[in-house]
Design a protein around this ligand. Structure first.
Ligand SMILES: [Zn+2]
Length: 323
């Protein structure tokens, strides 16, 4: 929890005693506050993706001496950073939420604001784990898909929100309209409403397109984790070989039980993290999330004044409140 002028702000998690719950984006590990909170701060796109568009989002109970603003984080549709300006002390603090520095097709580029303190996400804390050039990974994914499609069905497993739409955009670019699962289709409708043009077919939306596409070899995108089981089912129904794949940053760390894996990430690696901190010119760095301590340690070694947020709440509080 972050405290600004006696106002408790919960960052991407439900915490008792919070006056305001900030939800940076619609991924489920960040949205526990959505149903119970009275005061949510989130983008309208995030609330649409959560099916909460009618809720009075962004109901701000702003303290007298702080201003809040939302900045794009580059992670997925509607993903925002939270910037807090202490108008009394002049202290500027930015919390990144999930973020990346690289550009992608279905997400606005990250906005960088100067800050005194940044609170950075810690998903990939190790300096040795660096993502390859994104264009190269994207080309590999497109070439592999085109090639396998000559011999059978291609099936991707991806998060229903964010990664799926990115894969669909990459497939559209090489002339492929993929079939998608029900949850991906629901998220796609929000993306389209927000002006992201992606072409897809779904048995739940347009059965005629679905039937014509499945007459030939096709590409499917599913949010099911059991891509192997689904592949075997599809193979039985269509009497064709099915090639499975995942696209996730964790492909850089782990071996998946699929035919191919592409390290296409919507998170910052260590290099992007230090590039971000440098660009904000922040003097203090707080790390946040599951790997906060490891990231703080590694940043410290690299010469940054970094500490995990929870362990150093007092210092953060002081840093924000004191002029
Ligand atoms: Zn996320």
């Amino acid at each position: 929890m972050l405290c600004v002028n006696n106002m408790n702000i919960a960052l991407d998690r439900r915490e008792s005693g919070s006056d305001l719950d900030f939800i940076s984006h619609a991924h489920s590990d960040h949205t526990s506050a959505v149903r119970s909170s009275q005061y949510i701060l989130a983008s309208s796109e995030t609330m649409q993706l959560l099916g909460q568009e009618n809720k009075a989002y962004a109901t701000l109970k702003v303290g007298d001496n702080a201003q809040f603003s939302l900045l794009d984080s580059g992670h997925m549709l509607g993903a925002k950073q939270l910037r807090i300006d202490n108008t009394e002390s002049g202290e500027r603090t930015v919390y990144t939420g999930d973020y990346k520095m690289q550009e992608s097709r279905t997400t606005k580029r990250i906005e960088i604001a100067s800050a005194d303190t940044v609170i950075v996400d810690s998903t990939y804390p190790e300096p040795g784990m660096l993502f390859d050039d994104r264009n190269e990974v994207e080309s590999c994914l497109q070439d592999w898909t085109r090639n396998k499609l000559r011999y059978g069905i291609v099936l991707f497993s991806a998060y229903a929100m964010g990664k799926s739409q990115e894969i669909i955009a990459l497939l559209n670019e090489i002339g492929i309209t993929p079939l998608v699962s029900k949850r991906i289709s629901a998220a796609n409708r929000v993306y389209r409403n927000c002006g992201i043009n992606i072409e897809y077919a779904s048995a739940y939306d347009d059965a005629s397109d679905y039937e014509s596409i499945t007459r030939d070899n096709f590409v499917g995108v599913t949010d099911s984790r059991d891509v192997g089981g689904l592949g075997r089912t599809l193979s039985g129904i269509h009497e064709k070989r099915v090639f499975t794949a995942v696209a996730t940053g964790f492909a850089k760390k782990f071996k998946f039980d699929t035919d191919a894996q592409f390290a296409l990430s919507d998170h910052a690696d260590f290099k992007q993290c230090t590039d971000y901190i440098d660009a904000t010119e922040a003097k203090h760095v707080m790390t946040y999330g599951q790997c906060a301590e490891i990231l703080a340690e590694n940043l410290h070694r690299a010469g940054y004044a970094a500490a995990p947020l929870q362990a150093s709440r007092k210092q953060v509080k002081q840093s924000i409140l004191q002029p």
